[in-house]
Design a protein around this ligand. Structure first.
Ligand code: BES
Ligand code: ZN
Ligand code: ZN
Length: 496
């Protein structure tokens, strides 16, 4: 999709549709379109009982102008202040435009939005929302579908601001951030028979840029030599070889700032011998969404050029039942020497992450460690499907991640790492066990388990089991992988 910028009167731009966001005082807001157009809109508005209420919309045909049609989209009285709300409303309007099969759309930025946010932030948010809202994963659809498919091809943003340079910058960033997000969506949506651990490793190797990005793949033998037995334990049930993927980005300017990212990379989670039901297994190709987010960040990091060293680790494997699979009751020794009694082979993410986090922490000694993991169903019981749980041992890093989420328009909510609950993950015969007696507080006990492997490095764990995958179409997401966390991480790195 082409996105451009114009300072011209929107009625003068040849287009199939002009989208204007309005509040209940919409007559003032569209008065600049001229008396004729205002009269026309007023007539139609009267017939259709359009008042500019939230979510109300009105199509008006104005055939005599280079613009063929107007879409007035109501935002209501409540001013839109945050990026999340802003992107949702833009996504809805773009969704309507897409449904009405418009190819070239002009979209006006509400002056009101520019009062709360910088021009750069607003233009980035709007352009991103437009791109994210029109994404579909249809490569496996038949010829007929592609033949009939008609979608927005071009979007022109207009705004009444003195300088357009900030807008230009915002749009450039939007292109970068949304391309990365769509990259993650594609990876999650691709069936697990394609996105094997070896496939993820190949993708990573494709990012090598001799000066800035280095990639190292640890094969099974090396993983064993390192003593990453939690990771290996999960991997042994599968015929697909595990891969530990390490990516390193070094900025051109020397820096002593270093951040480590870790992504859960279970390319398919059957539950292992603690087999999932058919229903809960249906979507388990999503269990590498954390890894996908990190690969997506690396797909664009050399263009973004953040001024911080970034090292990422992905322990990629399948969780399968087989004659060789891990058995409930087995005990494994993790990379940092702690022993774990595996009571439930479906709590596999914490086993692979235990090794990855401790390896990352001990080998890299970063200033900050952030993991993204589709770790527990319990986090969805706590926060629903749209919000990621944030767990941390450090308030400063928490504030940074929350701020990045505010900028990216993604939802995170801080959850407690209550030390008292540690009792629940103590084993009678090993240091830890990987599952608890009750399901209560399951996202917290999982996070407490991970905490055993991060030492005293500032660490944030994002449990993205809910928002990583959309069950149905929403304003910004087609059903399937959402690319949650990609924009958050890009904002975080670029401001670090
Ligand atoms: N990958 C799942 C968590 C998950 C569930 C992600 C649904 C997205 C949607 C994870 O490996 C898992 O199975 N967790 C178990 C833990 C339990 C056995 C302690 C769970 O949440 O039920
Ligand atoms: Zn599982
Ligand atoms: Zn899992």
């Amino acid at each position: 999709m082409k996105i451009s910028l114009s300072a011209r009167n929107p009625l003068k731009i040849a287009a199939d549709l002009l989208i204007i966001f309005v509040s209940p005082s919409w007559k003032e807001e569209v008065s600049s379109l001229g008396a004729d157009t205002l009269d026309l809109i007023s007539d139609v508005a009267m017939i259709e009982n359009f008042t500019g209420r939230e979510k109300q919309h009105l199509f008006v045909d104005i055939q005599q102008k280079p613009v063929k049609r107007l879409l007035l989209y109501g935002v209501g009285e409540n001013k839109i202040t945050n990026i999340y709300e802003l992107q949702k409303i833009v996504g809805k309007a773009i969704g309507l435009a897409n449904k009405s099969r418009r190819r070239k759309v002009v979209l006006t930025v509400m002056t009101d939005w520019l009062k709360q946010n910088t021009a750069e932030a607003v233009s980035q948010a709007v352009a991103e929302a437009a791109i994210l809202a029109t994404y579909t994963f249809d490569k496996y659809k038949g010829e007929k579908h592609h033949h009939e498919k008609l979608a927005i091809e071009e979007i022109v943003l207009t705004a009444s601001v003195p300088r357009l340079s900030a807008f230009e910058k915002g749009i450039a960033l939007a292109k970068l951030y949304s391309a990365a997000t769509l990259f993650a969506r594609d990876l999650v949506n691709e069936p697990a028979r394609i996105t094997t651990p070896s496939y993820l490793a190949k993708i990573a190797q494709g990012f090598v840029k001799p000066r800035q990005i280095k990639v190292r793949i640890y094969e099974k033998e090396e993983i064993a030599k390192l003593g990453m037995n939690g990771f290996l334990g999960v991997a042994v049930g599968s015929d697909e070889p595990p891969k530990l993927i390490k990516l390193t980005y070094k900025p051109a300017k020397l820096t002593n700032k270093k951040i480590v990212l870790v992504g859960k990379g279970i390319t398919f989670d059957t539950g292992g011998l603690s087999l999932k039901s058919s229903d809960s297994m249906e979507t388990m190709k999503l269990d590498m969404a954390g890894a996908a987010a990190i690969l997506a960040v690396f797909s664009k990091i050399a263009e973004l050029k953040p001024n911080v060293e970034v090292v990422a680790f992905i322990a990629a494997c399948e969780n399968m039942p087989s004659g060789k699979a891990l058995k409930p009751g087995d005990i494994l020794k993790a990379y940092n020497g702690k022993t774990v009694e595996v009571l439930n082979t479906d709590a596999e993410g914490r086993l692979t992450l235990a090794d990855t986090l401790s390896f990352a922490q001990i080998s890299e000694k970063p200033q900050a460690l952030i993991d993204l993991a589709t770790l527990t169903g319990a986090i969805m019981v706590a926060l629903g499907q749209d919000i990621a749980g944030l767990f941390s041992n450090n308030q400063k890093l928490t504030a940074k991640v929350k701020e990045a989420a505010c900028r990216s328009g993604e939802l995170v909510w801080e959850m407690p790492l209550l030390a008292d609950y540690k009792e629940q993950i103590k084993s009678e015969i090993a240091d830890l066990k990987n599952s608890t007696k009750t399901r209560f507080g399951g996202a917290i006990t999982a996070a407490l388990f991970l905490e055993e492997f991060v030492g005293n490095i500032p660490w944030v764990h994002l449990d993205i089991a809910g928002p990583a995958f959309a069950e149905k179409n929403t304003p910004l997401n087609a059903a399937g992988g959402t690319g949650f966390g990609v924009r958050l991480l890009l904002h975080l790195l670029s401001n670090y």
